[in-house]
Design a binder for this molecule. Structure first.
Ligand code: UN1
Length: 506
């Protein structure tokens, strides 16, 4: 057992099923080993959740909801404030665990925990701002208003690439809203889930909050299917691939439940002839190779004006040639490993398809197998937008170069994919910038000018259109997705006038 695991309260074999600080069973559960993508070494193991344990967790959540919903929202905010403080205390070790289990570089591991802290702060403020509107009634001596009430248990399914932050976006907001959380993280990063659960549990315990307010279950697809099908869970928030989201959406819709979906992206940057090319190049590299191309916001397509195409391509080739790939714990490394062997194979398959469809890989793509772990050299390819492979999201550092002539064409290429998460344009031309942000510009949930596609702040609503799923998480008024709206009409008069002026004498 090493110090990092000890600091985070982790054992060699950990329970994967928790209500607050109480772990459940483990009888007959499969044990999932967690291997680091850095060197393939075993870190520790987690016992997966059995169906029986799952049912006990959901029952505990339903029970905890009865009391949690009675706690005034600002007091729920106070619990989240303390969770934020606890995360500040554990930022460094938790960030290191994210790096070790997921493989993102140290800076990004810390950034991910910072994102959790930021959403805690945001949610604390929000806990005093769960505003409803009041309306003027058309009837005399009537008052109309709306209130927002919690849903109950919220199922949160999160992905390996942001093993802790995306959970917090959902959970901290839902917590101040009065919901209770059942979290299933990725089976590729089970230790991160347990570590976060233990941090939160200390705050629950210190404040006498019922255990079932925050629960964790561990496992693969099957556990996700239990959540999707479970009528006791009115809202399911799922982050991950489009096929995963499609199946969750269908199962939840069949029982008329609610979903918040944050699925795949196919994010592009338009680089205009008036762009600051050096700034664009830096943003492109962070977007395309940051997190080894494994963000849903990663930059996948570059739509470049023909007059600056060669210059930008050459500059990218130059920068790509100098990027340090390797152990993500070492300062100076910009690209760590991919998550697993399957991810490396998927990247190789994609590179093969680029060539087969008539494209050209002009840089990188090699598997760097002189060391253990799942390292690849980020790739640049020249393609056309309509290629099938370009239409898909390959979760790896491949960036596609596409040429354009005028802005209308660029926007058409930009929007000519099935996904609609994040987007950006680099231009110093005001008209181009505003066109891109207008109704005839980007069709994505996020559209930026002179910054890249990834690395959004928590204060904005996060999510996208089309096959990205339409959900919004994190900032702005995303909290409304975690509450049900109730319209109330109060008659304080002595008559019973009907709306629409209807006469109905009895
Ligand atoms: C994701 O990849 O699912 O905007 C989330 C970003 C991060 C979050 C990415 N703040 O890149």
């Amino acid at each position: 057992m090493d110090d990092l695991l000890k600091t985070l309260g982790l054992d060699d074999v950990n329970p994967g099923t928790w209500t607050g600080g109480k772990s459940l069973g483990g009888e007959g559960a499969a044990v999932r080993e967690s291997y680091s993508p850095i060197d393939g070494g075993r870190i520790a193991a987690v016992r997966e959740t059995t169906r029986e344990e799952y049912d006990a967790v959901v029952e505990g959540a339903v029970e905890a909801f009865r009391s949690w919903r009675m706690v005034p929202a600002p007091q729920r905010g106070e619990i989240v404030r303390q969770i934020g403080d606890e995360l500040r205390r554990y930022k460094e070790p938790l960030g290191r665990l994210v790096t070790r289990e997921m493989g993102k570089i140290a800076q990004e591991g810390l950034g991910e925990v910072q994102e959790m802290i930021d959403i805690c702060d945001f949610a604390v403020g929000q806990s005093r701002m769960l505003y409803g509107k009041t309306m003027h009634s058309e009837r005399p001596e009537h008052r109309m208003y709306e209130q927002w009430h919690p849903y109950g248990p919220v199922g949160i399914i999160s992905a390996f690439n942001f093993p802790v932050a995306v959970y917090a976006w959902n959970a901290m907001l839902a917590a101040v809203c009065g919901d209770v959380m059942i979290w299933k993280g990725s089976e590729k990063t089970p230790l991160c889930g347990v570590a976060v659960q233990r941090i939160i549990a200390r705050v629950l315990e210190a404040n006498g909050v019922p255990e079932g307010v925050f629960s964790l279950v561990t496992g693969g697809r099957e556990v996700g299917e239990w959540i999707a099908a479970d009528e006791r869970i009115p809202l399911v928030s799922a982050t991950g691939s489009i096929p995963m989201g499609r199946s969750v959406a269908q199962v939840v819709a069949a029982r008329l439940g609610r979903t918040i979906l944050e699925l795949g992206g196919n994010n592009a940057i338009i680089v205009s002839k008036s762009a600051d090319l050096e700034m664009a190049a830096r943003a492109i590299v962070f977007g395309a190779v940051g997190t080894a191309g494994q963000r849903c916001t990663s930059t996948r397509r570059l739509i470049v004006h023909e007059e600056v195409y060669d210059a930008l391509r050459d500059r990218l080739l130059e920068i790509y040639g100098s990027i340090r790939i390797g152990d993500p714990r070492e300062p100076g490394t910009l690209v760590g490993p991919l998550i697993d062997k399957e991810a490396v194979e998927a990247m190789q398959a994609a590179l093969g398809r680029i060539e087969a469809e008539g494209g050209r890989v002009i840089f990188g793509g090699e598997v760097l197998d002189e060391r253990p772990g799942h390292y690849v050299r980020p790739a640049i390819a020249e393609v056309e937008n309509h290629f099938e492979i370009v239409q898909e999201e390959t979760f790896a550092p491949i960036v596609y170069l596409i040429r354009y002539g005028d802005l209308d064409e660029a926007i058409e290429l930009h929007n000519g994919v099935r996904q609609g998460l994040s987007s950006s344009i680099f231009t110093l031309d005001l008209r181009e910038a505003e066109t891109f942000l207008s109704h005839r510009g980007s069709d994505c949930g996020i559209a930026n000018v002179n910054i890249g596609t990834s690395g959004a702040e928590i204060g904005g609503a996060f999510g996208g259109e089309k096959e990205t799923g339409g959900g919004r998480e994190s900032g702005s008024d995303s909290w409304k997705g975690y509450m049900r709206r109730q319209t109330n009409t109060m008659n304080w008069g002595r008559d019973l006038p009907l709306a629409q002026g209807i006469e109905f004498e009895v």
